[in-house]
Design a binder for this molecule. Structure first.
Ligand code: ITT
Length: 195
């Protein structure tokens, strides 16, 4: 690592997220996963809001390892379901990360409901030099009656962003990344970091 590079830990072991952020940040920063930074702990997401969860992950890593850290938490909020699944999006149907079952449960709970409005939300906490900075991205849209498309992950096959006719799973990744909750939050983070 050259002397001018700053080390940033991304509070995830999702290599795809790290690669994406590294590309967006450019050469000034070296982005590492938790494991690459030497953290093998399973940080429990005990918060009841995206803000709390992203903050607790960033603070945990900073306190224990002293790295500047970026942590995010995201999820889907559905109006007719009192903003569920929210922070429980990954484990809506019980088992963490079972996207197929999560979608089935969502569509079943929305059956017969006219209001299909929903939004994806991401909150990013950037912890640097002991201070936290928060960035939020939101994309509004609606939930389809049936799954469409094979791209993306999670609830992408049932979410149509406002102003579009396709689900996130039907559009190219570049289009999704430009308009998505995560994309919007990352754009704000980058503007802040590059200042
Ligand atoms: P890590 O916490 O390990 O980084 P995760 O998949 O749990 O990965 P997120 O907090 O980004 O992380 O998302 C939580 C859940 O919300 C995710 O499992 C999906 O069910 C849903 N979700 C978030 N972003 C999404 C997106 O862009 N498209 C579809 N579903 C998404």
């Amino acid at each position: 690592m050259s002397a001018s590079k700053s080390l940033l830990c991304l509070a995830t072991n999702n290599a795809h997220k790290v690669e994406e952020l590294q590309q967006m940040l450019g050469d000034r920063f070296e982005v590492k996963t938790m494991n690459e930074a030497g953290c093998y702990d399973d940080i429990e997401e005990t918060g009841t809001t995206f803000e709390e969860n992203s903050k607790l992950k960033a603070v945990y890593i900073f306190d224990k390892f002293g790295f500047d850290t970026i942590a995010d938490d995201s999820g889907l909020e559905v109006e007719a379901l009192n903003n569920e699944p929210g922070v429980y999006s990954a484990r809506y149907a019980g088992e963490h990360g079972n996207h197929r079952k999560n979608i089935e449960k969502l569509l079943a709970n929305l059956q017969g409901k006219e209001n299909r409005r929903a939004r994806f939300r991401t909150v990013i906490t950037f912890m640097s030099g002991g201070q936290t900075h928060t960035f939020e991205g939101v994309v509004n849209g609606r939930i389809t009656e049936e799954q469409r498309g094979t791209g993306g992950f999670g609830y992408d096959p049932v979410f149509i962003p406002e102003g579009y006719g396709e689900t996130f799973a039907e559009m190219p990744a570049e289009t999704k990344n430009k308009i998505s909750h995560r994309g919007l939050a990352v754009q704000q983070l980058l503007a802040f970091i590059k200042k």
